[in-house]
Design a protein. Structure first.
Length: 203
């Protein structure tokens, strides 16, 4: 059962993991973007951590909506609106019953992917966070194990390296975007791997 306490642990773990990798995210983004992905994600998630007591005093659906609003309000660049949309849509799609399973999570993530496509005007294969989220959504739909989902997220992030960016700042580089991992794909995979690790530790 996804309790507020468990969701709090997951949010704290995600925030700490991404903040710890902020410099690496900056390096990735300097290669094909504005170089601000690391500092923007760090700023947003530090705000989430600072307000974690208030945020997690709510039901799970409202927790995710609050996280999403924090990311939208506190993060510059494309990261805030996109990761904010992801969190807010997950909250909006949260089932009324407390029990979550892979199928329900898959449906929630599918709705989030559609919202991100509209927000970012991107699709699969454009070298974005969608290229990680979509394979993970399929893995949830197929009821893959936590370990398999974690591995799929990592493989999907690595699969953006040979892709040519067709959306976002990286698309301005054309063929020169090939050979670099997408920063949003890296941070998305990092979040998913962190969730998987924490869930395995608590199981």
């Amino acid at each position: 059962m996804m309790t507020p306490d468990l969701l709090r642990s997951l949010l704290q773990g995600i925030a700490e993991a991404v903040i710890a990798q902020a410099e690496h995210l900056t390096v990735l983004d300097q290669a094909i973007g504005d170089g601000d992905h690391g500092i923007n994600m760090k700023r947003g998630l530090e705000n989430v951590l600072a307000d974690l007591d208030n945020i997690t005093a709510k039901p799970p659906a409202e927790i995710l909506k609050a996280v999403g609003m924090t990311m939208v309000m506190k993060v510059g660049g494309a990261s805030g609106p996109l990761f904010g949309t992801l969190a807010m849509t997950l909250g909006k799609e949260w089932p009324t019953e407390d029990e979550l399973d892979s199928a329900k999570l898959g449906l929630m993530l599918a709705a989030s992917i559609e919202a991100l496509k509209k927000r970012g005007k991107a699709d699969l294969g454009a070298k974005t966070m969608l290229d990680v989220l979509a394979p993970v959504q399929q893995a949830l739909k197929a009821n893959k194990s936590i370990a398999e989902i974690s591995a799929i997220a990592q493989q999907a992030a690595e699969a953006t390296i040979p892709m040519k960016a067709t959306r976002g700042r990286a698309s301005f580089l054309g063929d020169r975007s090939i050979g670099h991992m997408d920063p949003g794909a890296f941070s998305s995979a990092l979040m998913i791997k962190t969730i998987c690790q924490l869930l395995e530790e608590k199981s």
